[in-house]
Design a protein around this ligand. Structure first.
Ligand code: BT5
Length: 247
């Protein structure tokens, strides 16, 4: 039934839909290791152990969200794998804009924000092969009709004050991502659009990565997606961490 609503060329072919699963990323990685096709989509209505980065969890009331993982086999260097997260964020922001008129901002490294609250999170996991990628899984959780209480989160229906069709939104997202993917995930255009939609560039930020905290003005991101921060002690290139605004 879901298949019938999905019209992209190869993203979403095939689809594996589950009402309930531990984590769509977990299953997608298992399928990828067994040789699943590039474009395979794992979609769920509810996750019992949805995962964020590190040991964090992704919470979503049943039937309220887009919870999905896509298997891809891109021909890009391992060091450029972050472009997958960038492409997913740009594609999702475009899809939301086209469906609802709302323009979410991209918060480095992997979130979409609306009205200062978290709307979506992306978790990209890769299997290296030498300097390249054997496969990648892009996992994405987007709050559509509800969000978990007690978090600085927002859902699309609350923000739009109108119902949102999850399947149409998903289909649009797949089209937009497929366009970026077929264009080779080229760093230049991807980076330009990412920057236009950025939540954090030009702002005073604090990036925490384990024990280390970098503080300063977020100036730019480079072609690999690293954040360039002007600190009191000079420019720093930050490759991972949790960002918050200071101003
Ligand atoms: C992320 O991690 O934001 C990546 C989330 C990816 C989830 C998708 S769902 C489908 C696929 N299968 C999976 O198992 N995972 C992916 P991170 O940046 O580490 O942020 C995690 C943090 O976001 C949590 O610690 C909470 O604070 C917050 N959070 C959890 N659920 C949320 C929600 N529904 N809306 C907003 N924030 C949430």
């Amino acid at each position: 039934m879901v298949e019938a609503g999905l019209t992209a060329g190869f993203l979403g072919r095939p689809v594996r839909f589950l009402e309930r699963i531990d984590s769509t990323n977990r299953l997608a990685k298992e399928l990828a290791a067994q040789g699943a096709l590039s474009g395979t989509l794992v979609l769920a209505d509810f996750q019992t152990r949805g995962r964020g980065r590190l040991a964090r969890s992704w919470e979503a009331p049943a039937g309220s969200s887009l919870l999905l993982s896509l298997i891809l086999k891109p021909e890009i260097p391992l060091r450029s794998a972050f472009r997958l997260t960038m492409a997913a964020a740009v594609a999702l922001a475009r899809a939301v804009e086209e469906e609802t008129g709302l323009s979410p901002l991209i918060k480095w490294p992997n979130d979409l924000y609306l009205k200062g609250r978290k709307l979506a999170g992306i978790l990209t996991e890769v299997k290296p092969r030498g300097e390249g990628l054997r496969w990648a899984v892009i996992g994405l959780g987007l709050n559509v009709s509800a969000h978990p209480p007690g978090l600085p989160a927002i859902d699309l229906e609350e923000a739009a004050s109108a119902p949102v069709d999850r399947l149409k939104l998903l289909d649009r997202f797949l089209h937009r991502l497929e366009e970026l993917y077929q264009a080779g995930l080229e760093a230049g255009p991807l980076r330009e659009e990412w920057k236009k939609r950025s939540y954090s560039l030009g702002r005073e930020v604090e990036v925490k990565d384990g024990e280390e905290t970098v503080r300063g003005r977020a100036l730019d991101i480079d072609g690999e997606g690293a954040l360039l921060v002007r600190t009191a002690r000079g420019a720093r290139r930050v490759v991972s961490g949790d960002l918050s605004l200071v101003d």
